[in-house]
Design a protein around this ligand. Structure first.
Ligand code: AHG
Ligand code: MN
Ligand code: MN
Length: 282
């Protein structure tokens, strides 16, 4: 496992250099399985990660948001499978907002129950990395090395409200929930990059991030294996919650396809209780 974490760390270092040195934020001619037009940077970041993980005999295979299928390496007895989003929020790269990378390390199969550890990186004014297994630990890139900063723990309640999806397509339940949060004094914080938006809540100690099911996207937008399962582990070990619109813990959801999506709510405990109340979940 340590070797996998090291390969991920090296990939993050390479991607951060690529982002800060590249002047080419243009799109490629390709779309990914979710129908998103891929940036050249999405594809280059994807390659960096593949090359680093391919060196390891303990990795059986990888799945990327930017590729249709699992890529198996020729390590039949290897335990680990890694699912990743090489560049999350990449459509924000041209406006110089923060973006990120997300990794889930699964054992034997890509399922929430088998998620052993997760890692995410935020490429902002600084580069930061969070590693989660039985705890969630924040590291900061200082003079070329990641230095441990602190453990992440959420308070019971926060002040941030970050919600996605097109508002005209929100359900009545979702509209009422969001109104209630604003009535309770929450502030809107939404950059459009899930990694910095969740990092914001985790570091400030609480709040709610939601990407709901909408009329247009009844299964939400965010992808289970690459995006929301890794963060569900982070929120769980940081004393928070991660549920879908039916109140199911994200890591208990089953995926039929690699690129399956789900509605999602990440937050501290009081906010997750409020979601359940407004969505009529017992
Ligand atoms: P990606 O860049 O990997 O496709 O992911 C973008 C995601 C996520 O970062 C963000 O929360 C969400 O898309 C934003 O979607 P909206 O523009 O619909 O708010
Ligand atoms: Mn993404
Ligand atoms: Mn992406």
């Amino acid at each position: 496992m340590l070797a996998v974490l090291k390969a991920i760390e090296n990939s993050i270092l390479e991607i951060s250099k690529l982002i800060s040195s590249s002047g080419d934020f243009s799109y490629s001619d390709n779309k990914n399985s979710s129908g998103d037009q891929q940036l050249k940077l999405d594809l280059e970041s994807d390659k960096i990660i593949e090359q680093n993980l391919r060196k390891l005999t303990i990795v059986q295979g990888i799945a990327s948001e930017e590729r249709e299928d699992i890529i198996y390496f020729e390590n039949d007895k290897a335990e680990y499978l890694v699912a990743y989003d090489p560049l999350d929020g990449s459509s924000l790269i041209d406006v110089n907002l923060s973006v990120g990378s997300i990794f889930g390390i699964y054992k034997y199969s890509f399922s929430g129950r088998n998620l052993m550890a997760s890692v995410y990186a935020v490429y902002g004014p600084r580069v930061e990395m969070v590693v989660a297994d039985s705890t969630a630990r924040l590291y900061r890139l200082i003079q070329g090395e990641f230095k441990f900063v602190r453990e992440l723990k959420l308070n019971k309640q926060g002040k941030i409200n970050a919600t996605g999806g097109t508002q005209k397509d929100w359900s009545e339940n979702h509209k009422n929930l969001i109104n209630k949060l604003f009535q309770n004094g929450y502030r809107l914080r939404y950059s459009g990059g899930m990694v910095p938006d969740l990092h914001h809540i985790l570091l400030k100690g609480g709040g709610l991030f939601s990407y709901p099911a909408t009329h247009e996207q009844p299964k939400g937008k965010l992808r289970l294996l690459f995006e929301i399962m890794p963060f569900a582990l982070v929120f769980k070990v940081a004393n928070g919650g991660a549920i879908d619109k039916n109140g199911k813990f994200i890591l208990d959801l089953k995926t039929e396809h690699l690129h399956d999506t789900s509605s999602v709510f990440f937050g501290s405990n009081n906010e997750i209780s409020l979601v359940k109340e407004y969505y009529g979940i017992k």
